[in-house]
Design a protein around this ligand. Structure first.
Ligand code: SF4
Length: 380
């Protein structure tokens, strides 16, 4: 089974008010160079133990990967030479399948046409583009550091540089956003015809400036009923526009589902490198330090940045990750693999209208997608 590789690039121009990812404000190209060197050292050193647990291989040499994902942070702050260095390092350790999906997360106003052409020439063939909203007022509130025209212009440049597989991220349920505002955002995204859309409901994370603004009453509490209406509208509009929903928050034109992210939901191995990166090797999950300075120091001192490792309850995770996909879970295969009759455990969820069983598969209903945490809690 081919694996995936995730690379975390923690640098951002500034910090958005809702963000709780492991990120640092971009300070200098030298700091990024140092981080890239640490990342490459981790890939070369860390790769030695890959496969220890799956019994297929005892070394990384020749291990096949068919997806590479630059996430962040804002990976599009990397110079093309830095991207090239990382890719060269990956190629020296892994066997990259021809036709591999190589994605880079990009933010508006961080790239030029020339940079995008360079990325494309290096083999980046998919862009995951952080639009979030086309509303300038909301962008200011979120401290995104760009406006809607920057997003439109960056998208034009992506097309102009030959990117034929572009995904947009949009957020619903922003403070003071009405259903009509959300519909306008959906319409503009659809009009631009990206191949893929990831649409999330805003989550307020403790410790972020936005959480403080909500607590102090300067911004309203999220409205759950409105968020549900936005989710329903999104399903209807995107379906009508020819986008297929394949996961709770992800939609694509035929053939453009994210191959990398699908690995997380189907529990294929993904090896993560960089600060805060998470890995799953088929049996265990493990993760790196969330602090960039201590991550770099650990690697530079010849050590490991790993801070946590846990065995995975495969039966449980197969259910709550698999249920995120609209194709759901094949009950017969599950019974064969884990010896459990899932249908018997789902009667109550079925009665509540949260899951349905058809063609031998267990799936979330529309209502179940909205209340997915309630469903997943049944299987933890
Ligand atoms: S651009 Fe993304 S990763 Fe960076 S601060 Fe904003 S939300 Fe966080």
């Amino acid at each position: 089974m081919p694996s995936g590789v995730y690379l975390h690039i923690p640098f951002c121009r500034s910090r958005c008010s809702y963000c709780d990812f492991a990120t640092d404000v971009y300070r200098s190209n030298d700091a990024v160079d140092r981080y890239v060197n640490a990342l490459c050292a981790e890939i070369r050193g860390g790769a030695a133990h890959l496969g220890e647990h799956d019994g297929i291989r005892s070394d990384a040499a020749g291990r096949i990967i068919d997806t590479i994902y630059f996430g962040g942070g804002t990976p599009s702050l990397l110079e093309p030479e830095q991207v090239e260095k990382i890719l060269t390092c990956i190629l020296s350790v892994f066997s990259v399948a021809s036709g591999a999906e190589i994605t880079m997360e990009m933010n508006p106003a961080t790239v030029t046409l020339e940079t995008l052409r360079d990325y494309k020439n290096l083999g980046i063939n998919r862009a995951s583009f952080g639009v979030q909203t086309f509303d300038d007022r909301a962008l200011r509130l979120l401290a995104r550091g760009h406006d809607a025209n920057d997003a439109r212009e960056t998208f034009r440049m992506l097309r102009g540089s030959g990117f034929e597989n572009v995904s947009f991220d949009l957020i619903a349920g922003l403070p003071n956003q009405t259903l009509q505002d959300w519909e306008r955002n959906l319409d503009e995204a659809i009009d631009l015809r990206p191949e893929h859309l990831s649409l999330y409901l805003l989550e307020i994370h403790e410790g972020t400036p936005l959480a403080e603004q909500v607590r102090s009453g300067r911004q309203p509490q999220p409205d759950e009923d409105l968020a549900a209406a936005m989710y329903e509208t999104m399903l209807d509009r995107l379906g009508t526009a020819g986008y297929e929903q394949y996961e709770i928050s992800n939609f694509s034109k035929a053939g453009f589902a994210s191959r990398h992210n699908t690995k997380y939901w189907t529990m294929e191995p993904v090896f993560g490198f960089g600060v805060s990166a998470h890995s799953f090797d088929g049996a265990e999950r493990y993760s790196n330090d969330r602090d960039t300075a201590s991550y770099v120091a650990s690697i530079e001192n010849g050590g490991s940045a790993e801070i946590e490792r846990t065995a995975v309850d495969l039966g449980s995770e197969t259910v709550f990750l698999g249920l995120r996909l609209t194709e759901g879970i094949d009950l017969g295969s599950y019974r064969e693999r884990f010896g459990t009759d899932l249908a018997g455990r789902c009667a109550e969820l079925e009665d509540k209208g949260l899951v349905e069983i058809s063609d031998g598969r267990l799936r979330l209903t529309r209502k179940g997608m909205l209340f997915s945490n309630e469903v997943f809690a049944e299987f933890v």
